[in-house]
Design a protein around this ligand. Structure first.
Ligand code: AMP
Length: 112
């Protein structure tokens, strides 16, 4: 299995500002925030990108969204944007599925 920076966070080989963790997932603050609140939610299972996910990942992917909901509810933020970049042309730089949850400023549409 190819390693990546998020695998190192899962394995606790490098530090991260972890907000929430359970058997399936970890949520932590993005090291280079693009909004006042910028949280990443990752599965502990290594899946490089959404287009690599299988039917067996259905519950796991739903779990990530519900973790996002819980984390934002816990910090009292109701309005936020959830982003998944799939592939380098879409802006993906770390090839381990992650949800970006962004809040604290107004977002434009369409996204840049
Ligand atoms: P993406 O470009 O969608 O693949 O998003 C990768 C995100 O990971 C970027 O927003 C980075 O700022 C973030 N990132 C990279 N390394 C770390 C790290 N060690 N801790 C927290 N966030 C990171």
């Amino acid at each position: 299995m190819t390693s990546n920076i998020f695998q190192d966070i899962i394995d606790k080989k490098i530090p991260a500002d972890i907000i929430y963790e359970d058997d399936l997932s970890i949520a932590f603050n993005d090291i280079s925030p693009q909004a006042p609140t910028h949280i990443l939610i990752i599965p502990k299972k290594k899946i490089a990108k959404i287009s690599d996910a299988d039917n067996e990942d259905e519950n796991l992917l739903g779990h990530l969204l519900l973790v996002g909901k819980k984390v934002m509810s816990d910090i009292g933020i109701t309005d936020y944007r959830v982003v998944i970049n799939n592939g380098s042309e879409a802006g993906q730089t770390v090839f381990h599925i992650h949800l970006h949850i962004l809040a604290g400023r107004t977002f434009g549409w369409p996204p840049g």
